[in-house]
Design a protein around this ligand. Structure first.
Ligand SMILES: Nc1ncnc2c1ncn2[C@@H]1O[C@H](COP(=O)(O)OP(=O)(O)OP(=O)(O)O)[C@@H](O)[C@H]1O
Ligand SMILES: [Mg+2]
Length: 313
């Protein structure tokens, strides 16, 4: 039996012994994500096999325990990552979105979530990174954040680390999992890093985009992405995948096939309704969980959207 297989089995056994109870449902948070009817045919069994079928992922990962991932110096941008702050509306609103996800996960298994939108600049990367940190701050959850936008990868800039090697390198076969997964080595001399919430970053692992360039569409269709998620599932409580917009390119639709759910972002006062509709339609073969309405000045109190405005304290 290989060390990889043993480590995966151990991680899974530990998870089973210590099932983290789902967070209590927050009635305020029910507005966080629109109530999409899940597409029929979402098979619970498929998710279960993704967690247990380790034989399908004989990846050259070495020791798969979270602690064994290589530490990189991170210099996170507090401006771009307001969920690192101790308090404030952004912290509260990402907490509400997190509650909504726990609520959804109570109904059916969801671990890997792809974040996308119809068009560029609607806030996919902002929501992905801040949601991942919010999840990592809660109950000591281990979270993997993947920059799945191999064309315009930006999440590494928010975290303050290098963009490669990354997902594109792994999918093209030129890098191993252990080469692309980063953990935080925070520079304690920096103000921002010192302020950065310890639980938020110490429980987070990150895979940058790597340089996919023109190959991004082909790479996103590689079966290696599904293998990566299978190998990572036993180690993490949540896997958040940032992605490209769905209307100009097909990458996100390809990646979404391997994820348990998709969350779409619409930007307040910018995203037109038909664009949001077409984005949802492009992803109809996946499990669309709902929309996040990003960058609105007043978060709706009730209704089917989640509001967030980073600029307003
Ligand atoms: N709620 C927000 N409050 C303040 N600034 C925001 C908010 N959402 C996004 N931004 C800013 O808007 C810009 C675009 O956001 P982001 O990069 O997340 O969009 P994107 O959808 O990932 O874009 P692309 O499609 O190019 O990858 C960034 O400068 C980001 O910091
Ligand atoms: Mg982006």
């Amino acid at each position: 039996m290989s060390r990889i297989y043993e480590a995966l089995q151990k991680a899974e056994a530990e998870r089973k012994q210590d099932p983290r109870p789902f967070e209590a449902i927050d009635p305020e948070a029910s507005a966080a994500v629109a109530d999409y009817e899940p597409p029929t045919g979402y098979a619970q069994a498929e998710f279960a096999s993704a967690l247990t079928d380790h034989t399908a992922a004989p990846l050259p990962i070495g020791n798969t325990a979270f602690d064994a991932f290589t530490r990189h110096e991170w210099n996170p941008s507090i401006d771009k990552l307001p969920s690192l702050l101790d308090r404030g509306p952004s912290v509260e609103q990402f907490r509400s979105l997190r509650s909504r996800l726990y609520e959804l996960r109570d109904v059916r298994p969801i671990k890997s979530i792809l974040i996308s939108s119809g068009l560029p600049q609607e806030g996919k990367s902002f929501v992905s990174a801040n949601l991942a940190i919010s999840l990592a701050r809660h109950r000591n959850s281990k979270v993997l954040l993947i920059d799945g936008d191999m064309r315009r990868y930006t999440v590494h800039e928010m975290i303050g680390t290098s963009p490669s090697p990354g997902l594109a390198d792994y999918l093209s076969g030129s890098a191993t999992i252990e080469e692309i997964v980063q953990r935080a080595e925070l520079d304690s001399t920096q103000q921002g890093a010192a302020a950065a919430n310890k639980a938020g970053l110490s429980n987070l692992a990150f895979i940058p985009g790597g340089n996919g360039g023109d190959r991004a569409a082909d790479l996103s269709g590689s079966p290696r992405f599904g293998e990566l998620l299978k190998a990572m599932s036993p180690i993490f409580d949540w896997i958040i995948v940032d992605s490209s917009p769905v209307l100009p390119v097909s990458d996100a639709v390809n990646l979404a096939r391997s994820c348990d759910g998709v969350m779409l972002v619409a930007r307040g006062s910018v995203t037109k309704y038909p664009v949001a509709q077409r984005a949802a339609s492009e992803l109809r073969a996946s499990n669309v969980l709902g929309f996040v309405l990003n960058a609105v000045h007043e978060a709706p109190q009730v209704g089917s959207y989640y509001g967030y405005n980073a600029g307003k304290e």
